[in-house]
Design a protein around this ligand. Sequence first.
Ligand SMILES: [Fe+2]
Length: 310
Amino acid sequence: MSTVARQIPTQDFQISRISDALGAEVVGLDLSVPLTDDAFEQLRDALQVHHLLCFRDQSNLSDEAQLAFTRRWGELEVFPEADKTKSETTVYNVANVSADGKHLGPDDNQSVYQKVNARWHTDSSYRYIPSFASIMLGVEVLPDEAKGGETEFSNMLLAYDTLSDEMKAQIEPLHMVHYYEFGRRLFSQLPPITPFEREVVPPTCHPLVRIHPDRGGRRSLFFTTNAGNEVSGMTLEEGQALHRKLASHASRAEFCYRHRWQPFDLVMWDNRVLLHRAKHYDMARYRRVFRRTTVAGAGPIVGPFTRIQQ
Ligand SMILES: [Fe+2]
């Protein structure tokens, strides 16, 4: 009787930190090949520690392979905006280029939607259950000489930790109103939301202080500037003033990392603890195409007053 040695695929790659605030670079891993369990565990641990992983050189990654990688982390999130996606509502075309390859002007609605993303946000905060992680591939990125076009990230664990005790006490019981329609109101040329969108993503409230059960109850700040600026329980003016203060705090350089995209970077980030925003670039001059998939969140956001079932 002969025995056949079982081949255990090994995946050697390096993970190294890319900034003091957050983020790590992963080199030597081809994500078009299914991950071994061991490799996946290493990545899961690295995401928990660094909050953002940048996988270099993923030019072999098809839509299907990106979806398969995304599913490895959890349920796929389905976008409510069928007109902004490619053929499937699980693959989001973040681009100033149409699905059939035409460079769109800066005033085209698809380009204007990108401008909404220039404000600090976590993806899909307008949902009752916001997303866990976003995964974005740089299919066409800006040339080296172009100004802007980076994606900037801010670490909300650090942002919370560095708030004054007075501010921590003030925001402890507060919730922000998040609504999908807010982005449309910022740019009057955008069409109003449809009855379908209103029904799929009605306004919701999330606590400003987010508690992370997977981090021993550690807290972070949770708010966005692209899905509202109103705080429940405060007057409109007071809420907006508080919201401006939080946005200014989140922009402090020591919490931030600015990602300059190289062709076929695949960047994955943890929306539970990071904010991000797109930096301006000359949309009329440069084409830019990202392909984004999203891992759905596991449940509603836990705040200081959330009753957790034992
Ligand atoms: Fe985003």
